[in-house]
Write a protein that binds this ligand. Structure first.
Ligand SMILES: Cc1ncc(COP(=O)(O)O)c(C=O)c1O
Length: 419
C-alpha cells in the first residue's frame, strides 16, 4: 500500500475530476482558432500551479508529468549542462541522479549525516571549479540542513536545488521546502504526501528559471501562450505537460494536506514516545521536528549486527538493503550504463578532457553513509514504500490504537537486543 495521499482519495477528488470531464477538455491549453482563445484555457493545471506555488510561498510553479521530469526540467532551468558537476547524496531515489545524467551533468556523490540527508561538510569538501549546483534531497519527509547548504551554495555562487519529492508539505524554520533553494522539484506519484497518480512540479522565485523551465517542459514555448510561437522559442524543449484530470485530483489532495500532516505527526510522536526509553536506541536527527512530514520513523540500532538481527525478526530489512534508494544498489551508476555505447556525459570531452580523468563510482565509496544506513531501520508512519521500509509499519488510516500495538510489537522484538 503506498500513501499517504492515495489512502485519502474520496468524494472531493471525484467532484474535481467530474468538473473536468463535463467540459470534455483535458489539455492545459485552449486551442486557439484564429484570434479566439478557447475559454477553457487557464483551467485546472493553471489553477493547480497557482495554488501549489501559493502554498509553498514561491512566485512560480510549472506542473509536469512526474517528479523525475520536474528534476530534469529544474536542472535545465538552472542551465546545468555538459561539464557541470551537481552534488547529490548517496542516499536518494535514482531519479535524483538520472536527471543530472540526462541534463548532461556529472553527479558527484556526497555523504549523508545523522539526518540521512546531505552532510554539509562533505558537500563543501566536494566542491570543485566544475560544481554548478547542489541537489539537497529531503528524504523521508525530513528537510535537509538547508541553512548550512544554502550558506555553502551562496559562498560558491552556485545554485541550491531542493528535491522535495519525499517531503512535499514539510517546512524548515517556518518556510516550506521548495522555497529556500533557487528551485525546488516535487513529485506527486503514489508514494508521496499528496498524489495525482503521477505528476510533479518545479517551484521557483526566479523569473528566468521559471521561463526556462516552462520552455523546457513545453517544446520551448513561453508561459501562458495561446498559440505556437514560431521564431520566439529560446531552445529545444520536450513535452512533460500535466493534464487537466491530474491537476483536478491534485487540487483536491492539496486541500487535504493540513489534515493529513496533522494525523502523521500525531501518530509519529506517539510511536516515538512509546519506544524512546529503549536503551541504546537512537532516532534519526530531524532538522525541524514541527515542520517535518512525519511519513517515516527511522531508528538507529547500536550496531549493524543488531540491526540485521532485529530486522530479520520483524520481517523487514535494514535501510542499507531496503531497496533502490542507496547508491550501492544502483548498478546503472556503478557501471556508467547510459542509453548508448557512448557514455556521455561521463566520457564527454567537456568534462573528461579538462579533468584528465573519468569519474568513477564504486560500492563502499561513502563509508559514513554506509555505516549509518547499515544500522538504520525505517518504520512507516504513512508511506508504505517497499523500497524504503520493506512495507514495515503503519498507514495513515491507522489510529492511535494501531500505533500502540505496532510500537509494542517493535518494543518486544527490540528488547531482546537492547538491555
Ligand atoms: C527523492 C526522489 N526524487 C525524485 C523522485 C522521482 O519522482 P517520480 O517517481 O514522480 O518521477 C522520487 C520518487 O520516488 C523520489 O523519491
Amino acid at each position: 500500500m503506498p500513501g499517504p495521499g492515495m489512502d485519502m482519495i474520496g468524494e472531493e477528488e471525484i467532484k474535481e475530476v467530474m468538473e473536468v470531464l463535463k467540459t470534455g477538455y483535458l489539455f492545459r491549453y485552449g486551442i486557439s482558432l484564429g484570434k479566439d482563445v478557447d475559454p477553457r484555457f487557464l483551467g485546472k493545471v493553471f489553477q493547480c500551479e497557482k495554488e501549489v506555488a501559493e502554498y509553498v510561498g514561491v512566485r512560480y510553479g510549472v506542473a509536469v508529468n512526474s517528479g523525475t521530469s520536474a528534476l530534469l526540467t529544474a536542472l535545465c532551468g538552472l542551465e546545468v549542462g555538459p561539464g557541470d558537476e551537481v552534488i547529490v547524496p548517496g542516499f536518494t531515489f535514482i531519479a535524483s541522479i538520472s536527471s543530472i545524467v540526462y541534463a548532461k551533468g556529472i553527479p558527484v556523490l556526497a555523504e549523508v549525516d545523522r539526518t540521512l540527508n546531505l552532510d554539509p561538510k562533505d558537500v563543501e569538501a566536494k566542491i570543485t571549479p566544475h560544481t554548478k549546483a547542489i541537489m539537497a534531497v529531503h528524504m523521508m519527509g525530513n528537510p535537509a540542513r538547508l541553512d548550512e547548504l544554502r550558506a555553502v551554495a551562496d559562498k560558491q555562487g552556485i545554485a541550491l536545488l531542493e528535491d522535495c519529492a519525499q517531503a512535499f508539505g514539510a517546512s524548515y524554520k517556518g518556510r516550506s521546502v521548495g522555497s529556500i533553494g533557487k528551485a525546488g522539484a516535487c513529485s506527486f506519484n503514489v508514494y508521496k504526501t499528496i498524489t495525482s497518480g503521477d505528476g510533479g512540479m518545479v517551484l521557483t522565485n526566479d523569473e528566468q528559471v521559471y521561463q526556462r523551465s516552462f520552455a523546457f517542459h513545453d517544446q520551448g514555448h513561453s508561459p501562458l501562450r495561446s498559440g505556437v510561437e514560431i521564431g520566439k522559442r529560446p531552445f529545444f524543449g520536450l513535452d512533460f505537460r500535466f493534464t487537466e484530470v491530474q491537476a483536478a485530483i491534485l487540487l483536491a489532495q492539496l486541500r487535504k494536506l493540513p489534515t493529513l500532516l496533522q494525523r502523521l505527526r500525531t501518530n509519529k510522536a506517539r510511536y516515538k514516545k512509546l519506544i524512546s526509553d529503549l536503551p541504546g536506541l537512537e532516532f534519526r536527527e530531524i532538522t525541524d521536528p514541527a515542520g517535518e512530514c512525519a511519513t517515516m520513523l527511522t531508528v538507529f540500532l547500536p550496531t549493524a549486527e543488531i540491526a540485521q538481527r532485529l530486522a530479520k525478526d520483524l520481517k523487514t530489512k535494514v535501510a542499507a538493503e531496503a531497496g533502490w534508494h542507496v547508491y550501492n544498489n544502483m548498478e546503472q551508476l556503478m557501471e556508467l550504463r547510459t542509453n548508448s555505447s557512448v557514455r556521455c556525459p561521463f566520457d564527454c570531452f567537456q568534462y573528461y578532457g579538462e579533468k584528465g580523468k573519468e569519474i568513477r563510482y564504486w560500492r563502499g565509496m561513502l563509508p559514513q553513509t554506509d555505516a549509518l544506513l547499515g544500522r538504520a531501520l525505517n518504520i512507516a508512519i504513512g508511506v508504505r514504500d517497499p523500497g524504503l521500509s520493506s512495507g514495515f509499519g503503519l498507514t495513515i488510516m491507522d489510529d492511535l490504537n494501531a500505533v500502540e500495538q505496532h510500537a509494542a510489537q517493535f518494543r518486544q522484538a527490540a528488547e531482546k537486543y537492547l538491555k
